[in-house]
Design a protein around this ligand. Structure first.
Ligand code: AMP
Ligand code: GLY
Length: 429
C-alpha cells in the first residue's frame, strides 16, 4: 500500500516512521519532507497548502492513504477535495476543521453545547476591544486571540491594560496576522495545569490516545515566551483515570455529538488543549490534527499498526479495532535554533546524529532539517525532536538528554527539565 504524509516537521517524521512499520505499507511519499523523512520515503516537492496539486499527485500515483500533518491544508478543505475524487485521506473536512480554523466558531460552539471553557467576548474593532478590557469583566490578565490561523502566534496573554492595548494595536492596526484578526476573541485567563488530550474518531466511535503533556515555554522552569512546544512526555500521570473519564463525558462526547448535530461530523484526530482548573477540565482550544511534538511521544508508545488504525477511522470501523499502548514512558526533547521562538538562525551544520541514535530507545525525529551533500543542516526554529522510549519516565528523560548531548549545532538550545514536574509528582505520590 502506498501512503502519502503531508508536512515536513517532527510530527510528520513520527507519522511516516510508524506507518513504515506496518507490514501493509510498501511505499511512503513525503511532501515536502526533511532530512529525516527523506530517508523513509520519496520526496514530493508540493507545498501543503497546494491542495489541488496534492490531490492530483495522489490520484496519479495511486496513493492508498494520505495522512495530513498540519492544520492549514485541512482548513483549506483538502479532505473535501480528496473525497470528491474518491481518494482516501485521514483528516477532517473543512467544515469540521473550523474547530481549529476559527476561534470564534470554536468558542461559540463550546458555548452553545455547554462545554466548559473560559468566559469570552468576540470583538471586531479596536474600540470595542478597549471597551471590554476597560470594563474589567473578564479580569486580568486578559487573553487576546486572533480568530484565524496565525502560525501559533495569535494568542497574547496581556498582563494589564497597557499590554492589552499593545495586543489590540498588533491585531487591529498593524494587522500582523492579516484577516485572521478581523475578529478577536477576548477571554478570561484560566489557571491550572495544561494537558493535551487526543482522540481518534470516525464520527461515531472514538478512541482516546495515551495522555501526554507539552512544555510550551522556551525556558527551563516554564519561563520566557511561548513556543510550538519544547518537549513532551507520555504518559502524563497528572491525568488520572477519573479525570480522563470526566474529560470524555464533559468534553469529548458533547463535542462529537455537537459537531454531528451541526452537520459537521468530525472524523480524524481531535487534539484538545485543556486547562485542569480547580473547577475541572476546561477547553483552551481545539486542534484538528495531531499535536507537535505530542505525536513524537504518542506513536512510539502505540503498540499496533497505525496504517490499520487510520484506515479504521476512514471506514467508520474504529469500534472494531482495539489498539494498546506500551507501558514504557516516552520523553521528547526539542533541540531548537538560536533565536527561536523569534527569528531563527538557519543553515547550521548538525553533527552527532548517528551517535545519538545509538542511545538505548532513542529515535531522533527531524523537524527543520535538510540534507545537502550528505551534510544535515538546520532550516528553521524547532530542529529535532530527540525521543526516548524507556521502562520509566526518569530513564526516558535521561536517555533523551544523553542523546541530545551527543548532537551539536551552533546556537542549539533545549530544555533540560522536560518531564521534571511529572517525575517530582511521581516521587511524591
Ligand atoms: P492556543 O493557541 O489557543 O492554544 O493558545 C496558546 C497558549 O496560550 C495555550 O497553550 C495556553 O498556554 C495559553 N492560553 C490560551 N488561552 C488561555 C486561557 N484562556 N487561559 C490561560 N492560558 C491560555
Ligand atoms: N504542541 C502544540 C501543538 O501542536 O499545537
Amino acid at each position: 500500500m502506498r501512503t502519502l504524509v503531508i508536512g515536513g516537521g517532527g510530527r510528520e517524521h513520527a507519522l511516516a516512521w510508524k506507518l513504515k512499520q506496518s507490514p501493509q505499507v510498501t511505499e511512503v511519499f513525503v511532501a515536502p519532507g526533511n532530512a529525516g523523512l527523506d530517508t523513509l520515503g520519496s520526496v514530493v516537492p508540493i507545498h501543503h497548502a497546494d491542495i489541488v496539486e496534492m490531490a492530483d499527485f495522489a490520484e496519479n500515483v495511486h496513493v492508498d492513504l494520505t495522512v495530513v500533518g498540519p492544520e492549514l491544508p485541512l482548513t483549506l478543505g483538502i479532505a473535501d477535495e480528496f473525497h470528491r475524487r474518491g481518494l482516501r485521506i485521514f483528516g477532517p473536512t473543512q467544515a469540521a476543521a473550523e474547530l481549529e480554523g476559527s476561534k470564534v466558531f470554536a468558542k461559540r460552539f463550546l458555548e452553545s453545547e455547554g462545554i466548559p471553557t473560559a468566559d469570552f467576548k468576540v470583538v471586531s474593532s479596536h474600540e470595542k476591544a478597549t471597551a471590554v478590557a476597560d470594563s474589567g469583566e473578564l479580569g486580568w490578565p486578559l487573553v487576546v486571540k486572533a480568530d484565524g490561523l496565525a502560525a501559533g502566534k495569535g494568542v497574547i496573554i496581556a498582563a494589564d491594560r497597557e499590554e492589552a492595548e499593545a495586543a489590540f494595536q498588533v491585531m487591529f492596526e498593524e494587522k500582523s496576522f492579516g484577516s485572521a484578526s478581523d475578529q478577536v476573541v477576548l477571554e478570561r485567563c484560566l489557571t491550572g495545569t495544561e494537558v493535551s488530550f487526543h482522540v481518534l474518531t470516525d464520527g461515531e466511535a472514538f478512541f482516546p490516545l495515551a495522555s501526554s503533556q507539552d512544555y510550551k515555554r522556551v525556558g527551563e522552569g516554564a519561563t520566557g515566551p511561548n513556543t510550538g512546544g519544547m518537549g513532551t512526555v507520555s504518559p502524563s500521570p497528572l491525568l488520572s483515570k477519573e479525570l480522563q473519564q470526566r474529560i470524555l463525558k464533559e468534553i469529548v462526547v458533547p463535542t462529537l455529538k455537537g459537531m454531528k448535530g451541526q452537520g459537521r461530523p468530525y472524523q480524524g484526530v481531535l487534539y484538545i488543549g485543556l486547562m485542569i482548573t480547580d473547577e475541572g477540565p476546561q477547553v483552551i482550544e481545539y486542534n484538528c490534527r495531531f499535536g507537535d511534538p505530542e505525536t513524537q511521544v504518542l506513536l512510539p508508545r502505540l503498540d499496533g499498526d497505525l496504517f490499520e488504525l487510520l484506515n479504521a477511522v476512514i471506514d467508520g470501523k474504529l469500534s472494531q479495532v482495539h489498539p494498546r499502548w506500551h507501558h514504557q514512558a516516552a520523553v521528547c526533547v526539542v533541540m531548537a535554533s538560536e533565536g527561536y521562538p523569534g527569528k531563527p538562525t538557519t543553515g547550521r551544520t548538525i553533527e552527532g546524529l548517528d551517535a545519538a541514535a545509538q542511545v538505548p530507545g532513542v529515535t531522533v525525529f527531524h523537524a527543520a532539517t535538510k540534507s545537502e551533500d550528505d551534510v544535515v543542516k538546520t532550516t528553521g526554529g524547532r530542529v529535532l525532536g530527540v525521543t526516548a522510549l524507556s521502562p520509566n519516565l526518569p530513564a526516558a528523560r535521561d536517555h533523551a538528554l544523553e542523546a541530545v548531548n551527543a548532537i551539536s549545532f551552533e546556537g542549539a538550545h533545549w530544555r533540560r527539565d522536560i518531564g521534571q514536574d511529572v517525575i517530582d509528582f511521581l516521587e511524591k505520590s
